[in-house]
Design a protein around this ligand. Sequence first.
Ligand code: HAM
Length: 420
Amino acid sequence: MYRAPRGTADILPEEQRYWHYLEAGARAVAQRYGYGRLETPVFENTGLFVRGVGQGTDIVEKEMYSFDDRGGDSLTLRPEGTAPACRAYLEHGMRNLPQPVRLYYFSPAFRYERPQAGRFRQHHQFGVEALGDGDPSVDAEVVEMAWQLMNGLGLTDLTLLVNSIGDPQCRPAYLEHLKDYYKPLAERLCQDCKERLERSPLRLLDCKQPTCIIMAQEAPQTVDHLCPECRDHWKKLLGYLQKLDVPFRVEPRLVRGLDYYTRTVFEIHPAEEGGQSALCAGGRYDGLIQELDGPPTPGIGFAAGMERMVLNLKRQEVPVPDEYFVKAIVAYLGDDAKETAISLASQLRSKGIATILAPAGRSLKAQMRYANSLGIPYALILGDDEIKNGSVVLRDMTQGEQREIQLQSIAEELDNLITS
Ligand code: HAM
């Protein structure tokens, strides 16, 4: 028997309320901050990610789902949404619009990672990107937005980590300091870090191996080696966040696994987990659009993992409404009643009341058992007597009480009960 591929998951009907809740919450935040929805294709030219995300990153080196199509082009299932958003910005001449252009997206992302709790090979992101404005007030807007999103969803006990990793002006000198610090310690580094030392030394700071964590604690910090422009940007951002009452913690070892970041980087973590737990992550990427052959254009954004948010909504037992819940079942006895039952169910649905018809060929008792097992709050029962009287029996399934009501007033009566 086939199963869903390793690292992927079906999202079943009973899970959907979490997804609807997240989508509604995220969309409301995006709209409040003036972001417009963008949808890009599920696959892009492979080169977009190789150049955008970076040749030496885990994503490009080990995790992309790339394939040649029948025309011989190399395509890749989107591993993230920032490079595609920048591609769309350039392709559609969005730099001629008033800047910044504010975009948001919901999209599946594909990474060949080792599956574990909260880590999938297909996951879903809600992301935002503000393109074309390098002012630190835009950083503050995006960080605040991520924080508001989590708060608005009812998630608590979260930590917002921020850092600045400088830009091409100040980072090279910092990286030299970092390598000088690590070289005498190289023997004690884990195998991955030994390999990263020359290629992407920043990543040594966020290695999760215990000995590497200890070494990272004493390592030189990016924020102590910023050029005057980056330092000014960083100070302003921290000032704005304080003014906005966004509670953050400066984390000098916060670096990101994608190459395009400059200056601001941030993540939001739940209290409970360790390393791989970021609910949401992002930062500034002022060189990315240029890397994709566009003009120098600043950008900043974040993406939140939908599966991880669902996991935390459940863990924290956040009450999530189920607006798609069936409210009524029409039960019946006999063929005449069946016809009326079919029309009644249809009539209730057209009034916006989620209704199903009881399955055919069952006793009334069995129909009631069926309604109970689905947790349906109201049953409408039609038999010969009711048909004769032009009425229906309305049964409150939780209280076990029932009364007879005229057919023409049942929709209104039920609507009152449901909305009260
Ligand atoms: P990222 O940190 O790679 O950043 O992913 C963003 C979020 O997606 C993570 O914080 C996590 O919640 C979720 N996520 C990532 N990988 C997985 C996975 N394998 N399974 C489940 N959830 C996952 C980016 O993708 C950047 N494009 C974010 C960004 C937008 N930066 C600027 N703008």
